[in-house]
Design a protein around this ligand. Structure first.
Ligand code: ADP
Ligand code: MG
Length: 170
């Protein structure tokens, strides 16, 4: 699934739409939780998208980029959202020190920027999002990796706030 994101607010709307389409299986505290990997160059809009998602889930106040802390957690009952940014990760063992294990599992939504830097130390993704530059704008590519991810994308496809990318190479 590919979406055009003409400006920053479109990236935030994608995040909000992802929150709205979060499958029931990941929404409840009794269920499996979900993991999202966000990839893309510096400034591609990963944090902007997470900000929209967290706000739509009910996070009030500032959503800071975990650039230096590597991890920020938010409690939005019944979910715990964990936002991780591994850009500045020095050694892989640092991932264990983040205490992800304490959060993972039922009722946890894990959002990871720069997941490739933590390869092998992270739980597998349900949904993978790649943001890329299109001049001044951005484009988002979403891919499901599990049945939760597929349900999520299928819900997302019905969100009329998003502008699907239409190939002109038909
Ligand atoms: N679709 C977009 N078009 C133009 N600018 C955007 C878009 N999405 C986000 N931005 C801007 O890009 C900058 C970097 O965004 P950020 O989310 O911090 O990127 P990342 O976390 O990927 O490094 C911010 O100023 C943000 O407002
Ligand atoms: Mg970021």
């Amino acid at each position: 699934m590919i979406y055009d994101l003409p400006d920053s607010s479109a990236t935030e709307t994608l995040g909000r739409a992802l929150a709205a389409s979060l499958p029931q299986a990941a929404r409840s505290a009794a269920q499996s939780g979900a993991v999202v990997y966000l990839r893309g160059d510096l400034g591609a809009g990963k944090t902007t998208c997470v900000r929209g998602l967290l706000r739509a889930l009910g996070v009030v106040g500032t959503v800071r980029s975990p650039t230096y802390t590597l991890i920020e957690t938010y409690s939005v009952a019944p979910l715990t959202c964990v936002h991780v940014d591994l850009y500045r990760l020095q050694v892989l063992t640092e991932v264990d020190e983040l205490g992800l294990r304490d959060h993972l599992g039922p009722g946890c939504l894990l959002l990871v920027e720069w997941p490739d830097r933590g390869a092998g130390a992270l739980p597998p993704a349900d949904l993978e999002l790649l943001l890329s530059y299109q001049g001044e704008a951005r484009q988002a590519r979403l891919q499901a990796a599990t049945t939760v991810g597929s349900a999520w994308l299928s819900n997302l496809g019905h969100d009329t706030r998003l502008v699907p990318y239409v190939s002109n190479l038909t």
